[in-house]
Design a protein around this ligand. Structure first.
Ligand code: UDX
Length: 456
């Protein structure tokens, strides 16, 4: 099959490279010529573990091609829309790029054959219909519609995107169109039934967990598929906010949230995943998706109060870091604070809507001097936060220079391997706030730190 992905961001590049690696003739289209050039030279425009190797493999074998032109749409059997939907000022999902993609697809559709347009971007419920009407308007096919729009939400986690794209828990296909269902079944059947795992493992270091069940292929209507994406992300955000609140209560009552979470997770109805304490959830998905879902629910008079509470609780979690620093340092004015981690989680360079950006802005507003490090996210963080006077450090231990406190916000593995004695020596006062309880077991109190975690 000929496949086109419109948009070469986190979703489009990974999806396009994966389809290509599994033998489909794939083209990624993006209006950004720099990204297109990078992909064509076998390099990923984003940091995602394993993606460079995968891209090089498919580009070298001419299985994947990137282009700024929409011409390839006319040869495509399936066109995936994988553009971003950044939040608008009112909290709703921005559909500008989705609409532009739909218009361009419409202008290039081939009247000679049936094309399935697949929406993978996270879009509000009902967007499939909107995309279909834009395509219809822009195309010359209005009398004999030779296309349909399907919803097939992505569930890729940044940092584990290759694992998720090759070994997903579920594939959700939203359409009632019989021909489109057949095309999508064929695509995914070919992918997952005929996948050669040993060949794949030679290209990328992703392995199927033998305990994981095979992907469930689930068909529904388009609106339900669109809804599944939003409510799944909101559910996960609520789950994290819940354990974060429990952590705060543990602190008050003297319980240990690590054991509490473990004990909870042993109930198979609850499960152990997404019960890791943090300074709150962040990133390009949860904040945007919870706020879109909440705004939509309000607009239609069916308010999702739990989602509203999770958003509020998440802000409290960010705030609680500042409260702890104030409790320890008294005044923040003129204090030197070192920040470890600027991305919303490890193994990504994505610095959009991070816990660090919220916490750092507040600390700077209170007069603190900030030094910060991140293994992969400093460039994007700096670009998105140009207004913040931050001293960026290229070695993690340098944030400790004359520091009154260090806050570990993102649990990058390399922070566990830091020379903590050296860090201690460099600090003016040895307060270490570990918002992920990541360094538990490093005996940092014994090393002379005033070590504080969350809920322990
Ligand atoms: C999420 C969904 O998991 C994925 O299915 C969807 O396609 C896109 O949105 P992602 O944004 O990459 O993926 O990150 P995820 O791993 O879900 O983490 C989101 C945030 O929650 C991060 O800030 C992470 O650090 C935080 N988190 C996650 C916790 O604080 N505790 C946890 O137990 C898990």
């Amino acid at each position: 099959m000929n496949i086109v992905c419109i948009g070469s961001g986190y979703v489009g590049t990974v999806t396009g490279a994966a389809f290509a690696a599994l033998g489909q003739h794939t083209t990624v289209i993006d209006i950004d010529s720099e990204k297109v050039q990078m992909i064509n030279s076998g390099k990923s425009p984003i940091f995602e573990p394993g993606l460079d190797a995968l891209l090089k493999h498919v580009i070298d074998r001419k299985l994947l091609n990137a282009s700024t032109s929409y011409n390839e749409v006319s040869n495509a059997h399936i066109v995936f829309i994988t553009v971003g939907t950044p939040a608008e000022a009112d909290g709703t999902a921005g559909l500008k790029y989705v609409k532009e993609a739909a218009r361009s697809i419409g202008e290039h559709l081939n009247p000679e054959h049936f094309t399935v347009i697949v929406n993978k971007s996270t879009v509000p419920v009902g967007t499939s219909d909107l995309v279909a009407s834009i395509i219809e308007e822009a195309s010359t096919l209005s009398n004999n519609k030779q296309f349909t729009v399907v919803s097939n939400p992505e569930f890729l986690r940044e940092g584990y995107a290759l694992e998720d794209v090759f070994f997903p828990d579920r594939i959700v296909i939203g359409t009632n169109h019989p021909e489109a269902r057949t095309v999508m079944r064929k695509l995914y059947h070919d992918l997952f039934e005929n996948i050669n795992y040993s060949e794949l493992s030679k290209i990328v270091a992703v392995k199927r967990n033998p305990k994981s069940p095979k992907a469930v292929y689930f068909e529904t209507d388009a609106k339900s598929a669109e809804m599944i994406k939003y409510v799944s992300n909101a559910f996960l955000a609520i789950k994290i906010s819940y354990i974060n609140e429990v952590a705060r209560l543990c602190e008050t009552l003297g319980a240990n949230v690590l054991d509490v979470a473990k004990g909870m997770g042993l109930d198979s109805r609850i499960g152990e995943k997404f019960l890791q304490v943090s300074s709150g959830w962040g990133g390009s998905c949860f904040p945007k998706d919870t706020s879109e879902l909440l705004e939509t629910s309000r607009k239609y008079g069916t308010d999702l109060t739990l989602v509203e509470a999770a958003i509020e609780s998440n802000l409290k979690m960010h705030e609680s870091c500042i409260i702890k620093l104030r409790r320890q340092l008294k005044t923040l004015h003129g204090k030197n604070i070192g920040i470890l981690g600027l991305t919303f989680k490890p193994n990504t360079d994505d610095a959009r809507h991070t816990q660090s950006s919220y916490i750092i802005s507040k600390l700077i507003a209170m007069g603190a001097n900030i030094s910060a490090h991140d293994p992969k996210g400093m460039a994007m963080f700096r670009k998105l936060n140009e207004h913040l006077p931050i001293r960026y450090c290229y070695r993690a231990e340098d944030v400790a220079e004359r520091a009154d406190a260090i806050v570990l916000i993102t649990h990058w593995n390399e922070y566990a391997a830091l020379d903590w004695n050296l860090v201690h020596q460099k600090m003016r006062s040895p307060y270490l706030l570990d918002t992920r309880n990541f360094l538990v077991g490093h005996r940092l109190n014994e090393a002379g730190f005033i070590y504080e975690g969350v809920g322990i």
